[in-house]
Design a protein around this ligand. Sequence first.
Ligand SMILES: [Zn+2]
Length: 128
Amino acid sequence: MEGQEEKYVLVCPVCNSREVYPVTDVASIDGAFQTFYHCNHCGFTSQFFVEMEEKEASKLEVKEVDLEKLKGKIIPVVSTNNRVIGWTFKTQNKKVVSTAFNLAKLIGLMLLLFLALGLLSIFLRLYV
Ligand SMILES: [Zn+2]
């Protein structure tokens, strides 16, 4: 160890570019405002970017992406003021929706658990 902290950077999983910037005005399917990342090199926009050590990332070769070849597999990403700011894979939007759905289910279960614990503690205080 040289006492130097490793620097981590976001890398575009499609083209390996490190020109990745956060975008906060994506109109997502479930209506929630979420932070997405946008690749300035190929336009890929997603919540799922790869984080890696800057040293490793700089070794990657940046690829040119042919969007014509990806036609049918990708959809445009639209900002809240209806501007197309990039593109993403069709399947990834399904993932975004299902993650939000699972999270809502998880929060519901947690609330039920808290309610049950609360009732249990009241019961114990009354009868023990
Ligand atoms: Zn890219």
